[in-house]
Write a protein that binds this ligand. Structure first.
Ligand SMILES: Nc1ncnc2c1ncn2[C@@H]1O[C@H](COP(=O)(O)OP(=O)(O)OP(=O)(O)O)[C@@H](O)[C@H]1O
Length: 473
């Protein structure tokens, strides 16, 4: 069976360098295994969209004699694939220079290969797969042609927003040709309204949680026969969730690899070689599926400063308060563990609620301290997030519901009020900061632990290859 991976993970020694020992060839796998994309044409760089693009286009590209120039803007990588109005919107939104995952994966994706996109949190995987989607769908065709499956309603709303922003056409262009429509088919959404929409005119792109999607499939309200691209975001999380059987059904029964291109994305894909083999064996992907692994020796962004504080179990509230007072972060997320069933049954208040009450009473750094947790209804969840997105300054207290995929780029500080359960959970929580791809501004991740938990944190340090500094508060 021919499997391929754009990574050198399996060649690495067991004791991998920690980020402080800067890897000598962080991008080596890409350079060696993925030949430079050759998407240039003699008139290929002409754009009339944005001043920044015009400036970049006018910059002469110096290359060694005889060699082809490396594309250095997203437009150059995408222009023979993605419609011009999408590229213009992309540039208006500030996406001009490709991030490493975009530079590395887009040529492979445009070549039609199924792909496992494996790159750090905040590295720009969403734009990567959306550009593929826009390169494939045809707005004139009235059928669902792209499906993006996400684990939570919150992430779904975020992806839908970016897709809609990219799809928007100037009014005068819309008269000539309509834009792609994007439907958010998410848990807690108004499925009745969606049913009428699907009946009247199917959207081009659907962003869905697996529960809502399967409901629509079972009721024969949505048809996937015309689907040409399927993206499963946060794939490792999806495969470890309760909905795995529905996901398998989607990959094999509701659609076929022969008619679609399949993309799996995540910042963490444990045992990725086995996963890739399984994808091929199970016919979730075609035989030549590829694993694009960006910067495998550094699983977390290098701009993160990891710290920990040891305190007594009954002093966590006060310890967090002292940290907030000394850091005075503009925008921060405090992660708390989910309440156990036992504690719920005993009628205890969730620790997130107790913490919020404490902070509201004793910390004056924020006008709004917001809560996000599973047990809140969807409207309150949406209200918390929209407040966070609007305000320049926020303190969000959340369970792991905010740990996957959520993009709040202004967040500079993460606090683990409770230690995450696994190294992967640590990686995703930490990845809610350091989300500005071209900024190396330091952001911090601070874990509040009791002395017994130090060895757990050490285990995460080894697994994820980072160093944690002890703080004395
Ligand atoms: N080419 C680009 N130039 C500038 N900013 C970008 C570019 N691509 C993406 N971004 C920004 O980077 C941030 C992170 O992108 P995105 O949400 O896609 O990360 P991700 O890789 O999906 O992370 P996660 O694994 O945490 O979900 C977003 O705020 C996005 O707008």
């Amino acid at each position: 069976m021919a499997t391929a991976t754009l990574s050198a993970t399996q060649l690495l020694p067991l004791s991998l360098p920690k980020p402080s020992q800067k890897p000598r060839h962080a991008n080596f796998p890409f350079q060696s295994l993925n030949p430079s994309p050759r998407l240039f044409s003699s008139n290929g760089f002409v754009s009339n969209c944005s001043p920044i693009q015009a400036l970049l286009n006018s910059t002469p590209i110096t290359t060694e004699a005889g060699s082809e120039p490396e594309p250095f803007t997203l437009r150059q990588i995408c222009q023979s694939h993605v419609p011009d109005h999408v590229l213009c919107r992309m540039e208006e939104l500030g996406f001009v220079v490709p991030t490493p995952v975009q530079r590395q994966a887009l040529p492979t994706l445009f070549s039609g290969r199924d792909c496992i996109l494996h790159a750090q949190t905040g590295s720009g995987k969403t734009l990567t797969y959306l550009l593929l989607v826009f390169s494939i769908v045809n707005a004139r065709r009235s059928a669902v042609q792209a499906l993006i499956v996400v684990p939570t309603r919150e992430l779904g709303m975020q992806v839908t927003k970016v897709a809609r922003m990219l799809a928007t056409k100037p009014k005068e262009d819309e008269l000539e040709q309509k834009s792609c429509t994007v439907m958010a088919l998410l848990d807690g959404g108004m499925l009745m309204r969606h049913k009428s929409w699907l009946k009247a005119e199917p959207p081009t792109i659907v962003v869905a949680t697996i529960g809502s999607l399967c409901h629509m499939l079972e009721k024969h309200m949505i048809k996937l026969e015309a689907m040409r691209v399927l993206v499963i975001d946060e794939v490792d999380f999806m495969f470890s969730s309760k909905q795995v059987s529905s996901l398998r059904k989607l990959l094999t029964s509701y659609s076929s690899i022969n008619t679609r291109q399949t993309v799996f994305a995540s910042a963490s894909i444990p045992q990725h070689k086995i996963f890739l083999d399984k994808c091929i064996q199970q016919k979730w992907t075609k035989n030549d599926a590829i694993h694009v692994h960006v910067n495998p020796v550094e699983p977390m962004p290098s701009c993160l400063h990891h710290r920990f504080v040891i305190c007594l179990k009954n002093r966590r509230h006060e310890t967090l308060l002292s940290l907030l007072q000394s850091d005075a972060p503009q925008s921060a997320i405090v992660f708390v563990g989910e309440q156990s069933e036992k504690s719920k049954k005993a009628g205890n208040a969730p620790s997130a609620t107790l913490l919020i009450n404490f902070l509201k009473a004793s910390y004056e750094g924020y006008s709004d301290i917001l809560l996000l947790e599973e047990d809140m209804n969807f409207n309150s969840r949406a209200a918390s997030l929209s407040e966070v997105r609007q305000g320049g300054s926020y303190l969000l207290v959340s369970t792991d519901i905010a740990a996957r995929g959520l993009d709040l780029p202004e967040t500079t500080h993460i606090y683990n009020y409770d230690l995450p359960r696994t190294a992967i959970d640590y990686l995703h929580r930490a990845g809610r900061t350091g989300r500005k791809p071209f900024s190396d501004k330091k952001c911090s991740v601070t874990s509040i632990i009791i002395s017994k938990e130090r060895f757990v944190l050490e285990k995460y340090e080894n697994e994820l290859m980072f160093n944690c500094e002890e703080l004395i508060v």
